[in-house]
Design a binder for this molecule. Structure first.
Ligand code: ADP
Ligand code: MG
Length: 318
């Protein structure tokens, strides 16, 4: 099997909504009239974004999921993906399982793989994703306003706990098998909040996906919008056993990373509409604070006193 056989066998699937998909020098795409086109790229490197022994199927899922999460954060409907793949050797079993994981998730969201590039090298995966929103309607980071509520989807901290367990930093943490399994599942198979993102169009103001930790990613919204936020530590959503010991797990909930949830702001008048969007998307949404004038995030305890954390989100060059 050579490079071209591998592409044909494992990375060529019908792409009916593309004018031309895999196989030519370039794909041909026809964006929907009246829609804005979103383009985003994310890269995953072995040892940095995933453990060397993660299953190829999980890796296929996650490579696409982290990109879909960016589309979700903008309220975009994802349409086409392009896969850049560097692998140390031509490993057919790996390619088969990787592509299974990738196409299973792609199929769930109507995403078509329309092209890519394949080369020899240290295992590195990158997807360029394209999606659409109705013109001028996207959820942007720079749209938060003073007085907005701050919301977050789903449960925080699980992915980061799975990473810490794996790194031997959480021995005897007293977590049940069920909780540990849920954390591992969230790390390996994160579910991008696409339905929620699209349901929030016209409801939310600013949004970002939480990949580097809630406070860090909320910080990007605040910087872009020129505002500050106050977040109540005792409101951060997670699994019930973790919520029962929020103080113990606060670093993970507030700054852990690998959550792939959505953090967004919305006017107070939109509380019912946000709840309805969450319901329609089958996704928990929790109000965790509000936007104020100034800059930066203040994390407040139950008495309203400012708290400090040990971690402050993930920074690749820190
Ligand atoms: P070129 O030599 O012009 O770069 P390639 O031989 O790299 O073309 O790719 C041939 C076709 O296969 C192109 O349509 C390209 O988009 C597609 N392709 C290559 N690698 C992948 C991949 N990993 N996944 C999906 N499509 C791919
Ligand atoms: Mg090429």
């Amino acid at each position: 099997m050579n490079e071209f056989d591998l592409i044909r066998q494992y990375f060529t699937r019908p792409a009916p909504s593309a004018v031309l998909g895999v196989g030519d020098d370039a794909a041909i795409l026809r964006p929907t009239p009246g829609q804005d086109l979103h383009v985003s790229v994310d890269m995953l490197v072995e040892g940095r974004h995933f453990f060397a022994d993660v299953s190829p199927q999980a890796l296929g899922h996650k490579t696409l999921a982290v990109n879909l999460s960016d589309m979700a954060a903008m309220g975009a409907k994802p349409r086409w993906a392009f896969l850049s793949l560097a692998m140390p050797r031509l490993d057919e079993a790996w390619a088969r399982d990787f592509s299974r994981g990738l196409f299973a998730l792609a199929g769930q969201h109507g995403v078509e793989l329309a092209g890519g590039d394949t080369t020899r090298g240290p295992l590195t995966l990158s997807i360029t994703i394209m999606g659409e929103t109705p013109q001028g309607k996207a959820l942007r980071r720079d749209a938060a306003q003073v007085g907005d509520d701050v919301w977050v989807s789903g449960e925080l901290g699980l992915g980061a706990i799975a990473v810490a367990v794996r790194n031997g930093q959480l021995v005897d943490a007293g977590l049940s098998e069920d909780v540990l399994a849920a954390c591992q599942c969230k790390l390996d198979f994160p579910l991008p909040r696409l339905e929620l993102g699209q349901a929030l169009l016209g409801v939310a103001r600013a949004a970002a996906d939480v990949s580097d930790g809630l406070l860090a990613d909320l910080g990007h919204i605040l910087t872009a919008s020129g505002v500050a936020a106050e977040i109540r530590a005792d409101s951060l959503p997670s699994l019930p056993p973790l919520e029962a010991q929020r103080e113990r797990w606060l670093d993970y909930l507030a700054a852990g990373g690998d959550d792939y949830e959505l953090c967004f702001t919305a006017p107070q008048a939109a509380r019912e509409a946000v709840a309805a969007a969450g319901k329609a998307a089958g996704c928990r949404v929790t109000r965790i604070g509000h936007i104020v004038a100034g800059s930066g995030v203040r994390l407040l305890d139950g008495q309203g006193a400012v708290m400090t954390l040990n971690k402050a989100g993930y920074d690749h060059f820190a």
